[in-house]
Design a protein around this ligand. Structure first.
Ligand SMILES: C[S@@+](CC[C@H](N)C(=O)[O-])C[C@H]1O[C@@H](n2cnc3c(N)ncnc32)[C@H](O)[C@@H]1O
Length: 225
């Protein structure tokens, strides 16, 4: 895993060219507002998550396969009302807590009326519940191995400083509501969705080790107007 310091240097050096690239894409190449095509955007595909048929957006152009180079803390590289669906899996916890509301508002701005989001990330509710019942086995050893339940909780939630916020149902409900989303629904399993027409291909590749107590918190929401 790349250290936080190396990542911070990368983001500092790339900030200007990345902003320029994202702005140029938004102005020249991104789908037009109110287009008739189904526009599917995958935020943060990472090294192995590239999804054909989706517009894959990531800040990492070195090891990740991407279509659009952009920093998700900034204005998203899409026009108003031009996107049908945003899919984001284990990405928003890497954004500073203070930028989450802006990020959700940006998705809301870019979605067409009736467009949807599906977001997944480390499940803070299940982590706390398993911490309180002293269930060591629920927690993994990535990136660090700890014997204490407290150490295992920190390892899961903070991931050696890689995670910059903690995702719980109530917090996501608050932020998504404030960003203007309706129909906020938490999903029971990694493949459970209310929008299989838009998401079935994306979800086909996802996997959860403990479906009865999922490590990933999954939420869907709609822009209703
Ligand atoms: C843990 S990986 C998740 C990859 C994939 N979605 C998955 O589920 O396996 C997090 C991804 O978010 C991207 N990311 C983190 N911060 C970002 C930012 N500020 N802007 C754009 N992408 C970012 C990273 O480059 C990385 O590809």
């Amino acid at each position: 895993m790349v250290s936080r310091q190396v990542r911070d240097v990368y983001f500092a050096l790339m900030a200007v060219p990345m902003r320029f690239s994202a702005s140029a894409y938004r102005a020249l190449l991104s789908p037009k507002s109110f287009n008739d095509v189904c526009v599917k955007v995958h935020l943060g595909p990472g090294q192995k998550g590239y999804k054909p048929g989706w517009i894959n957006v990531d800040a990492n152009f070195i090891s990740a396969k991407i279509d659009v180079w952009a920093d998700l803390r900034d204005k998203l590289p899409f026009r108003n009302q031009s996107v049908d669906v945003f899919y984001s899996h284990h990405v928003i916890e890497h954004l500073p807590d203070s930028s989450l509301l802006y990020h959700f508002r940006e998705m809301h701005r870019c979605l067409k009326p009736g467009g949807i989001i599906r977001i997944g990330g480390p499940n803070g509710d299940e982590a706390v519940r398993n911490f309180l019942i002293d269930n060591h086995d629920w927690f993994g050893d990535f990136p660090d191995k700890h014997h204490s339940i407290g150490g295992r909780l920190v390892n899961f939630l903070l991931c050696r400083g890689e995670h910059l916020t903690i995702l719980t149902r109530s917090y996501l409900w608050e932020l998504l509501g404030e960003a203007g989303f309706d129909g906020i629904t938490f999903r029971a399993s990694i493949t459970d969705t209310g929008y299989s027409d838009l998401l079935s291909d994306a979800l086909a590749g996802e996997w959860e080790s403990t479906p009865e107590s999922p490590h990933t918190l999954m939420v869907e929401a709609i822009k209703s107007f």
